[in-house]
Design a protein. Structure first.
Lengths: 315, 273
């Protein structure tokens, strides 16, 4: 049978008890390996550090930075008011954007073709136009509709207001930011829904749930975990883009800084004040985000196993 | 065989995916208490057939009736209309389905998965639903793992929870869509054992499977599908031992040579807890 004459012994590991730490120690200490010194890396590091020091020194010691003025205005009441408006604007816009985005996302997932078209149109329009243009547009709404009215058809109940009174800088800012962010949020939520394996819907339907109930009870709760990181990112980005409302007098941090320097002409120090506060806010938001993420997503066990299983089911 | 109305009856069922004719006229009858295994090469339409039966896919032509009632259409003023979503959901509830990839709800523990249907669909009281869910988990040997999340369970355990989740709805028919295909070879037996136990208890079952051992032991009849058609059906022993269609013989030859289907080398059945 075996035509080859080479004899070879095949190795079979003999059965033995697992090695204890003591047995491992008996083999003696492991050899010490020393780290190599890499001259090139050290050189690159030194040069870069030197550049940083020179740049930093020239900026920080520049008289025109006006650090004394920065310190003077850092906690001035108007600046603090601006900070609170920035936070209000961001939080309010994001809350509206999440709710609105969910509605738009569900519309664009709907089986109703009109709803789907409207959802698509909304995203196309609000993602396709600059936020700055939208803000100026909402601020000037009165030119389009001088009066805004609300009424119940078929009754005499009718109320209307002067558009210029309703649309202040702040309301125009909230309107512009939230409508804009809602378009982005709807895409995030849509992505989250599509990220849930199809089998989850199949399973929910197969035990007799209606499609809507399956969406609410099975799909959306699992979507939440997927959309939290991008939503937090969107929050941070809104925090920064909210400064655009300065052009319509939105009353945010940048607006307040501008108000001050338009009187005392200390442009750079006041922009520095705004910059420092934006850094504080975005850093705080980033830290909060990482906690939130760990809280919701860190528990990887909660992720559906089906995400790992290959999705190439037969047919 | 039995002369009573079949529990499930398919007549000339067709399904297209675009240009692809996946089911090309399926006739099938399943009586109360019968266990039928559907076999056939991949792409032959087995899974689509099951998905059409509980209307996860809509059959394009033909009738499917459960207990003599058309599940897809209703007659109003002499005309046929599609069933409402509510009716479809009610029919689905009467047919349990076990999936290849288990599809346990990822955000719920094992016991929550099993309670979910009765709670949401039938509005069963929480305490009652939990007690019943625990009974079912105990039946599949997983009472001790009730509070684990799907990711903390092995594939075999997940599939057994999925079976318990189906049983919680007290379905009249249980469908298995390649329930063991995604499992490691060592975990197949624990799921097959539960399936056999259910078959022995008189559950009406239709199982798409490549586990010939299960078919041989538990199935009353075998249905062989190829290219969207049933090419042969008959009592288990007849089809497996003396297939009449050449394609069936060829298919059985291939399947029988898979190591895990040779009777002598099957892994020993591990006793469940």
């Amino acid at each position: 049978m075996n035509t080859k004459t080479t004899t070879r012994t095949w190795y079979v590991r003999p059965e033995e008890p697992l090695q204890s730490d003591a047995a491992a120690a008996e083999r003696g200490p492991s050899r010490r390996v020393h780290t190599r010194v890499n001259l090139t890396q050290i050189l690159i590091g030194v040069v870069l550090a030197a550049i940083l020091v020179v740049l930093g020194w020239s900026v920080l010691t520049n008289k025109n930075m006006g650090w004394d003025i920065v310190v003077k205005y850092l906690f001035s009441p108007l600046i603090l008011k601006g900070i609170s408006v920035t936070i209000e604007l961001t939080v309010l816009s994001m809350v509206i954007a999440v709710v609105g985005g969910a509605v738009v996302a569900l519309m664009s997932q709907s089986r109703n073709i009109v709803a789907r078209a409207m959802g698509g149109l909304y995203v196309w329009f609000f993602r396709g136009t600059p936020l700055l243009v939208q803000l100026i547009f909402w601020y000037n709404l009165a030119l389009l509709f001088p009066r805004i009215g609300l009424g119940i058809p078929g009754t005499d109940i009718w109320m209307d207001w002067d558009t210029n009174q309703v649309i202040s800088g702040f309301t125009a800012a909230v309107l512009g930011l939230s409508l804009h962010e809602a378009a982005y949020m709807s895409e995030i939520i849509r992505g989250g829904i599509n990220g849930i394996p199809k089998g989850q819907m199949d399973a929910a339907l197969s035990i007799g749930l209606r499609r809507g109930a399956a969406m609410r009870k099975v799909i959306l709760p699992q979507t939440l975990r997927i959309i939290i990181p991008p939503t937090a990112n969107q929050f941070i980005s809104t925090l920064k883009s909210s400064s655009l409302v300065a052009v319509i007098g939105g009353g945010d941090l940048l607006t307040c800084a501008q108000w001050i320097y338009s009187e005392n002409f200390k442009v750079i120090p006041l922009l520095l004040v705004a910059t420092l506060w934006f850094l504080v806010m975005t850093t705080a938001a980033t830290v909060a985000e990482s906690y939130l993420e760990r809280w919701f997503c860190g528990n990887k066990e909660r992720a559906p196993i089906t995400l790992i299983a290959p999705a190439n089911e037969e047919e | 065989m039995t002369t009573a109305t079949p529990l499930l009856e398919l007549e000339n069922v067709h399904k297209w995916y675009g240009q692809r004719h996946v089911l090309r006229g399926i006739d099938l009858r399943l009586h109360q208490g019968e266990v039928v295994c559907v076999i056939g090469p991949s792409g032959s339409g087995k899974s689509t057939l099951l998905r059409c039966i509980n209307q996860l896919e809509k059959a394009d032509a033909g009738t499917i009736s459960l207990g003599g009632v058309d599940v897809m259409h209703e007659k109003r003023r002499g005309k046929l209309f599609e069933r409402s979503g509510k009716d479809v959901a009610a029919f689905r509830q009467r047919i349990g389905m076990v999936f290849q990839h288990f599809n346990l709800f990822g955000h719920m523990s094992a016991v929550e998965n099993v309670m979910f249907g009765p709670r949401q669909v039938n509005g069963v009281d929480k305490v009652v639903a939990r007690a019943r869910a625990m009974e079912l988990l105990d039946m599949v040997g997983l009472a001790a793992r009730a509070s684990q999340l799907p990711t903390q369970l092995s594939g075999g355990e997940q599939q057994r929870v999925a079976i318990a989740r189906c049983l919680a709805m007290e379905p009249e028919i249980l469908m298995f869509d390649e329930a063991t295909s995604a499992l490691d070879p060592e975990l197949v037996a624990e799921v097959i054992n539960v399936m056999k136990e259910l078959a022995r208890a008189g559950t009406t079952m239709i199982a798409v499977t490549h586990e010939m051992g299960f078919a041989r032991d538990a199935a009353d009849a075998i249905v062989m599908m190829d290219a969207g058609l049933i090419i042969e059906e008959g009592p288990t022993a007849e089809v497996l031992n003396a297939p009449r269609h050449a394609r069936t013989a060829l298919f059985l030859g291939h399947v029988a040579n898979r190591p895990d289907n040779r009777p002598d080398s099957r892994p020993a059945n591990r006793p469940d807890v």
